[in-house]
Design a protein around this ligand. Structure first.
Ligand SMILES: Cc1cc2nc3c(=O)[nH]c(=O)nc-3n(C[C@H](O)[C@H](O)[C@H](O)COP(=O)(O)OP(=O)(O)OC[C@H]3O[C@@H](n4cnc5c(N)ncnc54)[C@H](O)[C@@H]3O)c2cc1C
Length: 401
């Protein structure tokens, strides 16, 4: 009887095992933790965003964008609602986002686990950490597991690697341990980095605004990618939805911040210029658009007093003010570390994986599911959807064969 090992019981691993309910052999789902879905329990702050109405390769990053686009041609991408239906995942729409109906991620993980335990062909093995893999002469696999009591060597015909990324890793040097199995199989990795992360920077003046939140735009000065959404200034840098999404695309260390999503540069210039007659205070004009704290910050940065009259505003200082509001430069930006990040950018290279089946091009019989691959979705249900889509692609392929 054919035996499949799934290494990693996050969403990618659990969904794959459940979609293999009709597999005529044995399915073994392993996780190093005491329970399944440790990361899944924390998703969406417990509310779990399952998917998004706006869904394409554009909302994902990968070093192999063309291969990602190819993968996204799979019918499961547009039919992902059918995968959720099969898995019994219930959700409700909130604008573009599909939120888990129960809004209780730990409860959802318990439901998935109960479903897995009921499945006849499935054995769940917790506290089994896979530390080694060897390809045997007949093409099957011998996997070494460390458990609290012993070391086990178990043989399988097919292996699905769904171990996720660098979740909670404090030590960046642990990459080789986290990706040990794909590396032992001869796969290579793209550069891995924390993603969907808050940003840290050294600009003291900006950090003094901690607690100030607004809808604005962040732009990478190198690749010119920008994200507009809510953000908040913190004691270490910036956080909030715009910042997490931006971190997925950021390449440069220097970025630009625009403090408003509702006002255009020309509009503010025009408004200022139309008030050049009479005695209009610049601060009052700015206060129509910005909070007191932000207004005073802009004036300070442009070296203007809070008493400044629009008629007396020199052109050079107007330019400086406009520059501060719309193109505030932040140098030396870094993403916060893995424990503060939602996902890992980078992973097993897509050009080593058949994008139609997610089977390894290097070692037949090995498949990849979820975040372990070089694919990284934005906030808002993209990563859980990708876990489900990859699970469905693999299950299709194995059920057909
Ligand atoms: C705070 C937070 C909120 C998030 N919110 C959302 C959201 O709302 N919507 C969304 O789409 N995404 C969200 N994400 C991202 C999402 O959780 C991940 O992208 C998703 O969990 C990835 O699934 P995965 O199964 O590929 O990996 P993981 O969930 O990381 O699962 C991998 C599993 O493999 C196990 N494992 C690893 N190596 C081994 C080994 N050698 N042996 C045995 N077991 C191993 C791990 O213990 C782990 O359980 C959020 C993430 C965080 C941190």
């Amino acid at each position: 009887m054919q035996k499949i090992a799934i290494i990693g019981a996050g969403p990618a691993g659990i969904y794959t095992s459940l979609l293999l309910a009709d597999f005529k052999g044995e399915v073994y789902l392993f996780d190093q933790n005491k329970d399944v879905g440790e990361k899944l329990k924390t998703t969406g702050g417990g509310r779990m965003n399952v998917t998004n109405k706006k869904f394409s390769a554009e909302e994902f990053s990968s070093q192999s964008n063309n291969l990602l686009k190819k993968l996204f041609k799979n019918p499961h991408v547009n039919n992902r609602h059918l995968i959720f239906e099969k898995l019994g995942i219930k959700y409700q729409w909130e604008k573009n986002r599909a939120l888990l109906a129960s809004q209780n991620a730990p409860l959802e993980v318990a439901r998935l686990k109960a479903k897995a335990l009921e499945q006849n062909n499935l054995s769940l093995r917790l506290e089994h950490k896979a530390t080694g893999i060897e390809v045997l002469e007949n093409g099957s696999f011998r996997i070494k597991f460390e458990t609290p009591n012993n070391t086990q060597l178990l043989d399988f015909d097919t292996v699905i690697l769904s171990g996720g990324g660098m979740f909670r890793m404090k030590d960046l040097g642990d990459t080789e341990k986290i990706y040990a199995l794909p590396l032992q199989l001869g796969h290579s990795l793209t550069e891995v980095q924390p993603s969907l992360s808050p940003l840290i920077f050294t600009d003291k003046a900006l950090r003094e605004l901690k607690g100030v939140s607004f809808e604005g735009t962040l732009t990478d000065t190198q690749n010119k990618k920008s994200v507009t959404d809510d953000m908040i200034i913190t004691h270490f840098g910036l956080s909030g939805p715009a910042v997490l999404d931006f971190s997925a695309f950021r390449e440069s260390e220097s970025i630009e911040l625009c403090f408003t999503a509702h006002l255009k540069e020309n509009q503010l210039r025009d408004q200022i210029n139309t008030q050049r007659q009479g005695v209009h205070r610049l601060r009052a004009l700015l206060r129509e658009h910005f909070t007191k704290t932000l207004t005073d910050f802009f004036l300070q940065q442009a070296d203007l007093s809070i008493e400044t009259i629009v008629a007396d505003l020199p052109k050079a200082k107007l330019n400086r003010l406009i520059q501060t509001v719309f193109h505030y430069p932040i140098p030396k930006v870094q993403s916060k570390n893995y424990p503060s990040s939602w996902t890992t950018k980078g992973g097993v290279r897509l050009d080593e994986i058949n994008t139609a089946t997610l089977e390894s091009k290097r070692v037949p019989g090995v498949y990849f599911a979820g975040e372990i691959m070089d694919t990284n979705g934005l906030c808002g249900g993209y990563n859980i959807s990708f876990a489900a889509i990859s699970a469905a692609i693999i299950a299709d392929s194995l059920l057909k064969s």
